[in-house]
Design a protein around this ligand. Structure first.
Ligand SMILES: Cc1ncc(COP(=O)(O)O)c(C=O)c1O
Length: 382
């Protein structure tokens, strides 16, 4: 057999898959991978069934079903105060994952640099490497995990093509203050760098915080692309529908890759989501309160445990600090929690190129109350 030379020799199975598999093997409660243990809204499921029944079963348009793009545009003009052209600026993708991958392949040329903030979502660096680019990884330090803008300034070079920002942030549950987009805009003013906003948790934001969207920023929007996920907002991660919003010139390049990457996305589901956005405009606005209640339920049930925490500011993830329980690294402690408490969580060090000393694990609270209470009761025993 000819030698198969890996293009991603350092990429193994993602930590999400590893921990979910370990949870299954150990019969543990899975608070590791980010998906709900409850279903999508029943009206939405009915709509999918209806669209399958009426025959919306052939290829959708490459850029996405028109009504869905129009509804996204309407939703965004409500939240962003700007009108995005559904024909030229909005593209339906196979989840946010494809939006990120296609955007990076479309925008990053061999030898160009992409600034990533660690802990960074695990799909970013492989996409950059496959594009022939160089990930430039800037660590966020615990416990704040905030961006050190001096380090960003120092990392910018004439080869910087893209800065990837994720807010609300997975895995730390932090939210970027909108004023920091002004800092980024100022830093990039004299460069050719673009900005990719990974905003899949845009509506899952708590305690009155404001979401800082790249596409809502007066200056960054002209050099930006924001990606979103219906999997997150509709409790349907398995349907794999997301979208990207960017100015026409960037969208044109994104679509050149998207066209040959996935071509187009599941037709009946796109129609159903379009109808649902029309029928239930209040759904997104309710997500913050919905998940804040789950966060508070989980943290309330953890009172009396030896974990400590800063309440998550956004996303459906909560970091718990275990320094009072053990002095082992997070990969080892994730195994301890699995074995001794029967709860699966995600260690954060795999999301760093060079991890600092970390004594936190990430727990997903997109779960039924009974699951959260049972998990917290087990965690209190540690
Ligand atoms: C920060 C972040 N970006 C992107 C994604 C991928 O979203 P999707 O499931 O729509 O592909 C996720 C999913 O967990 C995520 O947490």
């Amino acid at each position: 057999m000819p030698a198969v030379v890996s293009k991603l020799p350092h990429v193994g199975t993602t930590i999400f898959t590893v921990m979910t598999e370990r949870a299954r093997e150990c019969g543990a409660i899975n608070l590791a991978q980010g998906f709900p243990d409850y279903d999508a809204p029943s009206r939405l499921k009915e709509l999918v069934a209806q669209h399958v029944a009426v025959g919306h079963n052939q290829y959708a348009p490459m850029i996405g079903v028109a009504t869905l793009r129009e509804r996204i545009s309407a939703k965004m003009s409500g939240t962003h105060g700007r009108v995005f052209d559904p024909e030229r600026e909005i593209t339906i993708t196979l989840g946010a994952t494809e939006a990120i991958f296609s955007a990076v392949l479309a925008l990053v040329h061999p030898g160009e640099e992409v600034i990533l903030f660690d802990p960074s979502y695990d799909s970013y660096a492989p996409a950059v490497l496959l594009a022939g680019g160089r990930p430039v990884r800037i660590p966020l330090a615990p416990p704040e995990f905030s961006i050190d803008w001096d380090r960003v300034r120092a990392a910018l070079t004439p080869r910087t093509r893209l800065v990837v920002l994720n807010t609300p942030h997975n895995p730390t549950g932090t939210v970027l203050p909108p004023s920091e987009l002004d800092v980024l805009a100022e830093l990039l003013r004299s460069t050719d760098a673009l900005v990719l906003g990974d905003e899949v948790y845009e509506h899952i934001i708590f305690d009155g915080a404001q979401h800082a969207s790249v596409m809502a920023h007066p200056e960054l929007a002209s050099r930006g692309i924001s990606v979103f996920s219906f999997g997150k907002t509709l409790h349907a991660t398995g349907w794999r529908v997301g979208y990207a919003v960017a100015p026409e010139q960037i969208t044109r390049e994104l679509r050149r890759v998207h066209q040959f990457n996935t071509f187009s996305i599941t037709t009946p589901v796109q129609h159903a989501i379009a109808d649902f956005l029309q029928e239930a405009p209040e759904h997104n606005a309710g997500l913050g309160a919905y998940y804040a209640r789950k966060r508070d339920k989980f943290l309330g049930a953890l009172r009396g445990s030896r974990f400590t925490w800063r309440p998550s500011a956004g996303t459906y993830f909560q970091l718990l600090d275990y320094s009072a329980i053990a002095d082992e690294d997070d990969l080892t402690f994730a195994e301890t929690v699995l074995r001794d408490a029967g709860v699966a969580a995600i260690p954060v060090s795999p999301f760093y190129a060079s991890p600092p000393r970390l004594r936190v694990l990430r727990f997903c609270f997109a779960k039924n109350d009974a699951t959260l209470e049972e998990a917290a009761e087990r965690l209190r025993r540690l």
